[in-house]
Design a protein around this ligand. Structure first.
Ligand code: NAD
Length: 265
């Protein structure tokens, strides 16, 4: 499979170049960076800290989408929306790991997915996707007596909060309770908040250092607390999941898929 990587000079982009190059049956067909970005023109392999691949970083995503069977996107919300339109045009499969998309950007991605397979997941690690399934089940079993809080910590460079994974965990818990997350979320608390509203799902965000991604879902009631935690210690788990998702799209019809589809969970 010919795989392209948009944002190939980023933290995840470089990891993805290494992962695709090391995966049998996959070729790094090319990569892009922002127009005027310092990586444009450099060898994509050398940039990622491996051997030269003889493929320079380009700044025209349309060229990459025309060449690739699948493109992996860990860039920015605005860029991901544009890349989804290009994927639809060329019927290239697209894997979106980028988080922080607003409702209108999410709608553009869903529209693009009517023309080509798109896998979108706020967290591509196998462990977190198992956690999503478990959290939904635990929320359903414990019922409304348990207050649900999602706590997350990430490195100091992260630009969106709460993390896409934290929101995904909240959504799984809400699904277990048969409610829409948007009706019950408390994404921040500040000042005089009054007592906790029954049924809310709360979020707490920590930022610092080089933390790759820690998430805990707390189910608290009188007399006991259940906490379910996932800690990622290397970004490689996200890259591995993204490449697995790209390979999975090979025989798929257009549609918007998640990692739970890819993993058959
Ligand atoms: P980063 O800032 O290190 O990398 C982003 C790269 O994208 C940069 O090199 C930037 O120049 C490039 N870029 C931006 N706009 C572009 C455009 N229009 N064309 C081409 N390149 C463009 O960030 P990161 O830590 O690699 O994270 C990127 C995204 O992936 C974030 O949204 C993050 O939350 C998300 N993420 C998701 C997962 C997951 O499993 N789904 C895991 C880690 C990170």
């Amino acid at each position: 499979m010919k795989i392209g990587i948009v944002g190939c000079a980023g933290r995840m982009g470089q990891m993805l170049v290494r992962e695709v190059a090391a995966t049998p049956g996959c070729t790094v067909v090319g990569g892009t960076e922002r127009v005027g970005g310092p990586a444009v023109g450099k060898d994509i392999g050398l940039l990622a800290g491996i051997e030269a691949l003889g493929v320079p970083v380009i700044d025209d995503a349309a060229v990459l989408f025309a060449e690739a069977d699948a493109v992996i996107d860990f860039t920015s919300a605005e860029a991901a929306e544009r890349h989804a339109a290009l994927a639809a045009q060329g019927q290239t499969a697209l894997i979106i790991g980028t988080t922080g998309l607003n409702p209108s950007q999410l709608a553009s991605v869903a529209a693009a997915a009517t023309h080509t397979p798109i896998v979108q997941a706020p967290n591509m690690s196998v462990g977190v996707n198992v956690l999503l399934a478990v959290v939904e089940q635990v929320a359903r079993t414990l019922g409304d007596d348990y207050d649900i809080e999602v706590v997350e910590m990430h490195h100091r460079h992260k630009v969106d909060a709460p993390s896409g994974t934290a929101l995904g965990l909240g959504r799984a818990a809400a699904a277990g309770r048969g409610v829409a997350l948007e009706d019950v979320w408390q994404k921040t608390r500040d000042g005089y908040t009054g007592p906790r509203r029954a049924g809310d799902i709360g979020f707490a965000t920590l930022r610092g250092g080089d933390v790759v991604g820690d998430h805990t879902v707390v189910f608290a009631t009188d007399g006991e607390r259940v906490e379910i935690t996932h800690k990622a210690s290397s970004r490689q788990v996200f890259a591995k999941g993204a490449v697995r998702a790209a390979l999975w799209t090979a025989d798929k019809t257009p549609g918007l898929y998640t990692m739970r589809d890819v993993l058959g969970l």
